[in-house]
Design a protein around this ligand. Sequence first.
Ligand code: BGC
Length: 413
Amino acid sequence: MMKSFKLGVAALALSTGLAQAGDVEVLHWWTSGGEAAALNVLKDDLSGQGIGWQDMPVAGGGGTQAMTVLRARVTSGNAPTAVQMLGFDITDWAKEGALANLNDIAADKNWDAVVPEALQKFAKYDGKWVAAPVNVHSTNWVWANKKLMDELGIAQPQTWDEFVAALQKVKDAGYTALAHGGQAWQDATIFDAVAMSTGGADFYQKAFVDLDEAALGSDTMKEAFDRMTTLRGFVDDNFSGRDWNLATAMVINNEAGFQLMGDWAKGEFLNAGKTPNQDFLCYRFPGTQSQVTFNSDQFAMFDQNGKVSDEQAALAGAILSPTFQIAFNKVKGSVPARTDLDVSELDACGQQGYEEFKAASASGNLYGSFAHGHANKAAIKNAMYDVITAHFNGEYDSATAVQELVSAVQINK
Ligand code: BGC
């Protein structure tokens, strides 16, 4: 009796798009196979607590489309309960007063002590916890097909020149050298690593975090764009518009040698039954071996009549619980958002990522990824996307791209 009543309510909720008491409505962009598998870990955790899940997926890697849908929902007075968000999007919504105060649950679960400072910077606003971090991803990874690397005798490239030589070898052997999807956020994800490698950490900080005009307009920036032109020569003819997970599938299926992508790509390898170091390799983009450009998926809770609902509190609590952090991040490809966990259950790439995150943080080499909203507000990020993608598609030469980048930042600052 109870069950059919609940099902009826859920069906009604789905048809009206409104969350019912006992449900959470979660807006997110985790729609690929690996992402959906990770999301199921969260859904199962909540359903174990008797909390129903109303799914609000908005496809589109990097979350640009999801953020557009979110804005429309909030404007029409129908904010979802919880929303996957990145970096400055969180603090910008907090600034607007739209997010619920999670301080009670944070104090109860001791988040201040276990969540690293770099994530707290985005999860807290004005002394209040406004989001629950679910993971740490990083963007400066290379994913390589092990079989092709062995077949072609390619060792891990340590420098840009070695990487270009490796790409050339793969191309000459008749494979796609670089699996890539021509979408603005993917072009920017590559540029994230290329810029860090070309100019080093100080340059990255000045150009993408401080928005220093001299760095943005520098010869180093032009060289970074030139390197993007080089990479453009290694993608296949059908790259335009391709989703990132389909690019990962090309590496998985022995069609392509490399993909440059955040470690959500690992979720696709795992979902396809592949094993690190046997079927695929993970390493840092050549020239960024000591740096980590990170992003952290966090769930912000939208204020429901000035208080945190029981369901929101349960969701926030579940997200940061130690067992969930391990179970989820094992599948997602990311590493835990807490520093106090035993990560021996993570695979080799996960363990490496966790150690590198901590080491980069300790040595001052941890940077928020500009391509994933952790260096600047969305308006700047999107303006950079436009320039990077126009250049990648041959609309600008490198010198023009540099000028356009400077003025895009000036206009949107
Ligand atoms: C998110 C990841 C997601 C990826 C592709 C990134 O911005 O942090 O969780 O898997 O976009 O959609």
